[in-house]
Write a protein that binds this ligand. Structure first.
Ligand SMILES: Cc1cc2nc3c(=O)[nH]c(=O)nc-3n(C[C@H](O)[C@H](O)[C@H](O)COP(=O)(O)OP(=O)(O)OC[C@H]3O[C@@H](n4cnc5c(N)ncnc54)[C@H](O)[C@@H]3O)c2cc1C
Length: 381
């Protein structure tokens, strides 16, 4: 087993971290308070090549392999303190671009991928509904075939990027085909008559990542907008969740690495009782735990990325990586505040932001409880 990075990977990750530090943190406190989406930073990421990472070169992207992509997203998480921006980017990469690459027709890829890669258009995916969150399959949004169109009716909530999105990947069920086989996915332009987005959610964290509700009222979409075959919705959703549960959390590893550096520096410089607080075992132990969580999370994520690189499906590995990393990030964020004392609790130091942002990771892409259900099932329970 070879854990060393290639010279090219090292160069790319160094460049990504430097780019993020230089261009993505501007006015963060102000933007965060206002809940403002950083469009300029989004475009800067596109120019750097972030939105093109998982897209093959022949479709206008960088064609990076999954492990290199995860490494770059980790480096971005290290340099960029705006976890909301990274979350929005990840939502597009794994829940819109990846399904388009895998399931899209050449016409669909041509219609959306160049704009998504260049940053000119923004995408989101809409599965969750008021009555179906974890139990996603019991969605009520309906897709009724009308000749060479589908008529969509329903309501989606908690949709990342919806208020700024140009295209949404909407999941809906055929009322005539109950169960898994009735679920399909549709690429719906935000300007389509009958689709309305409202942004009314005030969030605890990830405040620069816009979130909204989507109403579909007699929204007529061409049959050519269906992604994949009729009834392939579940396969598309599972595939995008597998990507999200692994690569999305690479950015969290970057944030954990940034936290560790910040905390170690503080523990070396802050003195109490005549010595640096890092000399107290209770403080040093927290730093050691943060280090172990980070390294374990990275190994889990790198392994899923490696499996994906071999073209292998990795549902259990992705669930384990998501569960461990999201919960580890929450614990390390609490440790970071504790190590900084009262200054860690103040909003102007930015230390507490990670905790508010990290908590969401135990809910989106399937809650921690659902990841445990997935893993228990894999164990035959
Ligand atoms: C920041 C953020 C961004 C999001 N972005 C998107 C998006 O872009 N698109 C989208 O479609 N959705 C999105 N979501 C929604 C997310 O997918 C759902 O919140 C998630 O699936 C949980 O659904 P719920 O909130 O309805 O909770 P519920 O499913 O109602 O769960 C409530 C509680 O019950 C527990 N529970 C439920 N079922 C079980 C079970 N079988 N066993 C044990 N415990 C169980 C849950 O774990 C949880 O603790 C986002 C959510 C967040 C927080």
């Amino acid at each position: 087993m070879d854990f060393s990075l290639s010279a090219e990977q090292r160069e790319l990750t160094d460049a990504a971290a430097a780019f993020a530090r230089r261009e993505l943190n501007r006015d963060l406190a102000k933007r965060e308070e206002a809940g403002e989406f950083p469009r300029e930073a989004w475009l800067a990421c596109a120019r750097f090549g972030i939105q093109g990472l998982p897209v093959p070169a022949e479709l206008g992207g960088n064609g990076s392999d999954p492990l290199t992509t995860a490494l770059v997203m980790e480096a971005l998480g290290y340099g960029c303190h705006d976890n909301g921006l990274l979350f929005s980017l990840n939502a597009q990469l794994w829940s819109v671009e990846a399904p388009l690459v895998t399931f899209g027709t050449p016409a669909q890829q041509q219609a959306y991928l160049p704009g998504l890669v260049s940053g000119d258009i923004i995408g989101g995916h809409a599965m969750t509904e008021p009555g179906s969150g974890s139990d996603a399959l019991h969605l009520r949004t309906r897709a009724e075939r009308r000749g060479d169109h589908y008529l969509l009716n329903g309501a989606k909530q908690y949709i990342t990027n919806a208020p700024v999105a140009d295209v949404l990947l909407v999941y809906a069920a055929d009322p005539g085909r109950p169960g898994l086989s009735g679920l399909s996915a549709f690429l719906v332009d935000a300007a389509t008559p009958g689709l309305a987005v409202s942004s009314g959610f005030e969030k605890m964290g990830l405040r620069t990542s816009p979130m909204g509700e989507v109403a579909l009222i007699d929204c007529l979409v061409p049959a050519a907008s269906r992604l994949g075959p009729e009834g392939a919705g579940m396969a598309i959703f599972n595939s995008s969740m597998e990507w999200e549960r692994s690569c999305l959390f690479a950015s969290a590893c970057g944030a954990m690495r940034r936290q560790l550096d910040t905390c170690a520096k503080y523990a070396r410089s802050r003195e109490q009782f005549g010595q640096p607080i890092g000399k107290f075992q209770a403080v040093a132990g927290k730093l050691a735990d943060m280090y172990v969580r980070l390294e374990a999370a990275r190994l889990l994520i790198y392994r899923v990325a490696w499996l994906k690189q071999q073209g292998r499906s990795a549902p259990a590995e992705a669930a384990a990586a998501k569960l461990f990393t999201s919960e580890g990030w929450v614990r390390s964020s609490q440790d970071a505040i504790q190590i900084h004392g009262a200054s860690g609790y103040l909003t102007d130091t930015g230390i507490e932001r990670d905790l508010r942002d990290a908590v969401a990771g135990t809910i989106y892409s399937g809650t921690s409880e659902i990841q445990r259900v997935v893993l228990a099932r894999m164990l035959g329970l």
